[in-house]
Design a protein around this ligand. Sequence first.
Ligand code: NAP
Length: 321
Amino acid sequence: MKAIRVKEFGGPEVMQLVEVPDPKPTGAQVVVRIRAAGVNPVDVYMRSGTYPRKPTLPYTPGTDGAGTVESLGPDAAKRFKPGERVYLAGSLSGTYAELALCEEQFVFQLPAHVSFAQGAAMHVAYATAYRALFQRAHAVAGETLLVHGASGGVGIAAVQLARAAGLRVIGTVGSERGGKLVLDEGAHVVLDHSAPNHFEEALAATGGRGYDLILEMLANVNLGRDLGILAMHGRVSVVGSRGNAEITPRDMMGRDGAIIGMSLWNTPPHELICIHAALVAGLENKTLRPVIGQEIPLAEAGRAHTAIMAGGAHGKIVLIP
Ligand code: NAP
């Protein structure tokens, strides 16, 4: 098969499309023929060698993907037949490839109306949004949520999940196009996070009461000011950060507030399977509708990595083998 291989950490150019042996399933493994692979910022951090989790070189990037079941290992529970449409929550061999080796328990059925590209958006973006909102920050209906960075993969997922669960949703974006998308996907109000006064606007959007919950995509830039717009007992669920932040602890103390960290990688397997049960239900009842901003050929994976770091997010970027 053809696959992207990274032999050394570095810029986008270290990703090369090469011929490698087809993976073979053993035990309870499944091989999936990848029809779309999701691109995530973490793929960029890993490829550049700056992420705390470093893959052993050489490696094939990619955690997200969707396609059809190619073959099953002898101990697989046979939840799927060859040819069935599925998406996957992580793979053992990397998804930037024509075939990916997966554990059967982390493969999920893709409803007929959901495209492969949309399936490739389900794991990192939607599972992260679900875990940050519900399992870590215990969001409940009636609460007011700020999705700080609502136009990207995790942000759109959070807007759809929170709307379906009965929260009031305010989303921030950095472009007009992103703003239209976030409103279309269910936010009640959209604000521009490049405007210096957007924290004042965000507070005004709650009538001055503040936020029960903030889902933060860029904590190094925003965390200090997030604490000042929390409601009593408000929480900031930190999803993304690209550096250090300075905070005023009294902003938290005065509100009995909390900062909650989360990493999708820390999710115990049984909780991950619960998350995906909820996500598949959301796809089936159409409250979840992954938005694909760009489809890029697998051979141009480097271009996808440059695009995801460029800003002006509009849903997900996927690679097509
Ligand atoms: P993405 O699709 O590239 O989207 C990035 C988002 O950040 C966009 O909505 C972008 O808005 C927004 N943003 C840019 N500047 C911002 C600012 N000053 N304040 C608030 N938001 C800003 O990335 P993603 O997949 O949604 O991931 C978002 C972040 O979460 C990334 O840092 C990623 O590494 C992290 N993440 C963490 C986990 C975890 O397990 N903790 C899992 C998945 C992702 P515009 O482009 O419209 O400006």
